[in-house]
Design a binder for this molecule. Structure first.
Ligand code: PMP
Length: 421
C-alpha cells in the first residue's frame, strides 16, 4: 500500500476507499473463478472484476482468439474485417441492434448514445432514475451512482423532478425520478416532453439493490418514448450477456431505441457497443455525431468479444447461472435468518444484492435501498478474510464457471461470518 500510494492517486481504487476495507489487497493473478493476492491467498471470486468475467478469468478460447488475431497485426481505429463479423453477430442476436459502433467502455458508449439522442431530437434534457449508474463522465451521467445510502437515508427528498447531487453544470440537463413509479414518469414526461431527448434506464436497477422493474414499468416507458419521439436508451452494461445472451431487452421482450453493452461482452478486454435502431443510429452515419477514438474496435478487443460470445452461444450457461444464483441467494437468506441478522437478498439470480436493513420496515422498493453500511462493510471484509470476494456495495456476480461446490462453500463461509457478527 505504501508503494502504491507513492505512485497511484489514492493508493487504492475508489471502491476500496469508499467501502472502508480495513486493508488494501493487491492481486497477482487469477484463473477461472479464483483470484490470488500477492501473499498467495486464494479467493473465490464473485466480483468478476466488476462483472466482465462471465466465462471466468483467462478463458482459453478468448486467450487463443486474441493471440490469433493480434499475431496478424494490431489494427486500430476500426476498418478490420473482424469488426464487421462482430457487428453482424450482434445484429442477429440483439433485438435493437440494427446499426452499431464499438467503444472502449460503458461510459463512452453511454456518452455517444446521449449525443445521438440530442442530435436526432434537437432537445437537450435527459431523464434518468435515482440510484442508477451510467458511467463516470461527470458532464453526462455522473451523480447518484451505485453507492447504497446509509440506513435511514434516502437518495432524494420526496420532491421530483430532482437534480440535487449532480454537478451544477448538469442540473439543467437531467431530470431524476424514482425507479418504478410509472404515474410520476407519465406526469413528468407530459410536462417536459418538448425538452426531453432521451430516457435512460438500467433495465434492472443493478447498481443499487438489484431491483427488477415492476410489471408494466418498462412497457409504459416504451410507450411514452414512442408517443413523444423521445429516445429510449437501455443501459445494458450489466444486464447485457448476463440476464440472457441479448440482455434484458430479450429477457423482458421490450425493444429500446438504443442500448449500451459492455462489461461481459469482452471478457475484460476493453470493448463496449452502442447499438440501436437505424432511425436513431443514422445520426452517426450522417456524421451529425462523431464516433472517433483511436483505440475503439481494436483487434484484441474485437477478438475477445467474438470469442466470448461464441462461448456463451455454444454453452448457453443462463439456466445454470440462474439456478446457481438462486441457490446462493436462498442459502444466504437462510444463513442470515439462522444468525438472526436482517439481510435483504434480492436480484434476478445471475447478479443479486445483499443489504443489511430492517426487513420489517420494507413497504416498497425504495425502502430496500437503505443499508447499514458499517455492517455491510464488516460482512464484506470478513468474507474477504475467509477467501470469498464480493463487491463492496454488496453486489454478487455469478459466472459460467462457478460450480455448485463454489456456491455451497460461499454459503458456508457467509453462515460463519453472519453468526460471528
Ligand atoms: N452503466 C452501468 C449500468 C454500469 O454498471 C457501468 C459500470 N459499472 C457503466 C455504465 C459504466 O461502464 P464503464 O465502467 O465500463 O465505463
Amino acid at each position: 500500500l505504501e508503494r502504491a500510494k507513492k505512485v497511484l492517486a489514492g493508493g487504492v481504487s475508489s471502491e476500496f476507499r469508499k467501502y472502508n476495507h480495513p486493508h488494501a489487497i493487491f492481486y497477482s493473478h487469477a484463473d477461472g473463478s479464483r483470484i490470488y493476492d500477492v501473499d498467495g491467498n486464494e479467493y473465490l471470486d464473485f466480483t468478476l472484476s466488476q462483472g466482465p468475467l462471465i466465462i471466468g478469468h483467462s478463458h482459453p478460447h478468448v486467450l487463443k482468439s486474441v493471440a490469433d488475431y493480434t499475431e496478424k497485426g494490431q489494427l486500430f481505429a476500426g476498418q478490420h474485417i473482424k469488426e464487421i463479423e462482430l457487428a453482424e453477430k450482434l445484429n442477429k442476436l440483439i433485438p435493437s441492434a440494427e446499426l452499431m459502433r464499438f467503444c472502449l467502455d460503458g461510459s463512452s458508449a453511454v456518452h455517444t448514445a446521449f449525443r445521438v439522442a440530442r442530435a436526432k431530437t434537437g432537445r437537450k434534457k435527459f431523464l434518468r432514475f435515482e440510484g442508477h449508474y451510467h458511467g463516470w463522465f461527470d458532464n453526462v451521467a455522473w451523480g447518484l451512482s451505485g453507492n447504497a445510502p446509509a440506513l435511514g437515508e434516502r437518495y432524494a427528498p420526496n420532491v421530483y423532478p430532482w437534480s440535487e447531487g449532480l454537478p451544477e453544470h448538469a442540473r439543467d440537463e437531467f431530470i431524476i425520478l424514482p425507479w418504478n413509479d410509472l404515474a410520476l414518469l407519465k406526469e413528468t414526461v407530459a410536462k417536459y416532453r418538448d425538452e426531453l431527448a432521451a430516457i435512460i434506464t438500467e433495465p434492472v436497477m443493478c447498481n443499487n439493490g438489484c431491483i427488477l422493474p415492476e410489471q408494466g414499468f418498462l412497457e409504459g416507458m416504451r410507450e411514452l418514448c414512442t408517443t413523444h419521439g423521445i429516445a429510449l436508451i437501455f443501459d445494458e452494461v450489466i444486464t447485457g450477456f448476463r440476464l440472457s445472451l441479448a440482455g434484458a431487452q430479450e429477457y423482458f421482450g421490450i425493444t429500446p431505441d438504443m442500448s449500451i453493452f459492455a462489461k461481459a461482452m469482452g471478457s475484460g478486454y476493453p470493448i463496449s457497443a452502442i447499438v440501436g435502431r437505424k432511425e436513431w443510429m443514422d445520426a452517426i452515419e450522417d456524421a451529425k455525431v462523431i464516433h472517433a477514438g483511436t483505440m475503439n474496435a481494436s483487434n484484441p478487443t474485437i477478438a475477445a468479444a467474438l470469442a466470448t460470445i461464441e462461448v456463451l452461444e455454444n454453452e448457453q450457461p443462463y439456466d445454470r447461472m440462474f439456478a446457481l444464483g438462486n441457490r446462493l441467494m436462498e442459502g444466504l437468506r437462510k444463513a442470515a435468518f439462522d444468525a438472526n441478522q436482517d439481510l435483504l437478498v434480492q436480484g434476478p439470480g445471475p447478479m443479486f444484492n445483499t443489504a443489511f436493513t430492517d426487513l420489517a420496515q420494507i413497504k416498497d422498493h425504495r425502502d430496500t435501498l437503505a443499508c447499514d453500511k458499517a455492517r455491510l462493510g464488516k460482512f464484506i471484509s470478513q468474507m474477504h478474510d475467509r477467501g470469498v470476494r464480493v463487491i463492496g456495495r454488496g453486489l454478487w456476480y455469478i459466472n459460467a464457471v462457478h460450480t455448485q461446490e463454489d456456491i455451497d462453500h460461499a454459503i458456508e463461509v457467509a453462515a460463519k461470518v453472519l453468526k460471528k457478527m
